[in-house]
Design a protein around this ligand. Sequence first.
Ligand SMILES: [Ca+2]
Length: 372
Amino acid sequence: MQITAEQLKSVLHRQLSGGAHAAQTALCAALLAAGFVLTGASASAQTSAQGKVAQPAADCRSPMRLATRKSVTAAGDKTGMVYVPGGAFIMGSDRQLPEERSAHTVEVSGFWIDSREVTNAQFAEFVRATGYITHAERANNPGSAVFVAPSELPQGARTSQWWKYIESANWRQPEGEGSSIEGRERHPVVHVTYEDALAYANWRGHDLPTEAEWEYAARGGDREEIGARTAYDGEKPIANTWQGVFPVLNTAEDGFVGTAPVGCFSPNGYGLYDMIGNVWEWTSDWYRRGHVNVAAVNPKGPPGLAPLAPGSAPSRVIKGGSHLCAANYCARYRTTSRQPQEADLGTSHVGFRTVVRDQGSSTKEAKANVGK
Ligand SMILES: [Ca+2]
């Protein structure tokens, strides 16, 4: 049976939900019969809709600015950061998912933010300098959550069907024992908890962004609710997300099955890469469902909250979506999207970037640094 790319896109555009399981099952059976390859923990490449092996974007493996960076050890060093001028914007959305409501006016002061997600190479430099041991590497509670594609389309949408807690998984070996980050030095570091991310940020003299700062930066200068950046320009992927049928079929039309090296897709209006897709990013806000509809200046989110589920840790807000977000599941690859993440749990699709609050930077300095 032949399935064309147009037919696949037609199905995806229906935004299949969990309630359309029969349709998903039929689609998967047809796609498998047509020669598609299922994703799997050991998969390194996928068969595309044309039957060819999907390859990363050609210019993405070449050395770029990161390779020529100075060593990042000086506290407050702004190498690799851009300045985002302060201003007001509409935070949240009344047109999307319930947790994004209510849209409200927020003003943020100017700040510096990493132009790219923190990489394995950068995190390794921090660990070498400090001897830091991440949550997932600690003897009292080792391990982290790893996405493992099921061999067939699961019933319902229970996350335990594709998330596996692997005791040997950590940032050094993202898929557990036997895996490594060799060749992934420029990929975003993953399996870092909030505490791990904050430790790295503090070592650089930086902080983690608030949700308001992150969302404002992700808009790239677009202050309104409508028109905020997403993962697609029409039908063309412009960020690393999941094309196909999550969690079993990853066609990788964007060139990447898992994480991508940072900076492989076009930057937003501030010169920031991968704000949408690749990995979710930690913010410092505690998670609550929805926004309070009150105008705010430099909001920091609610005070510490109770766990969302018994026995779990309180959750922070993560932003931007990841390589696992598909049209039929998650689909949170928008600037206003948000999700809770237990603060003490790392996963294979959550990373971070850092900020420096420097309200004294001049407009001239800001303009000079946009895109760097
Ligand atoms: Ca992808």
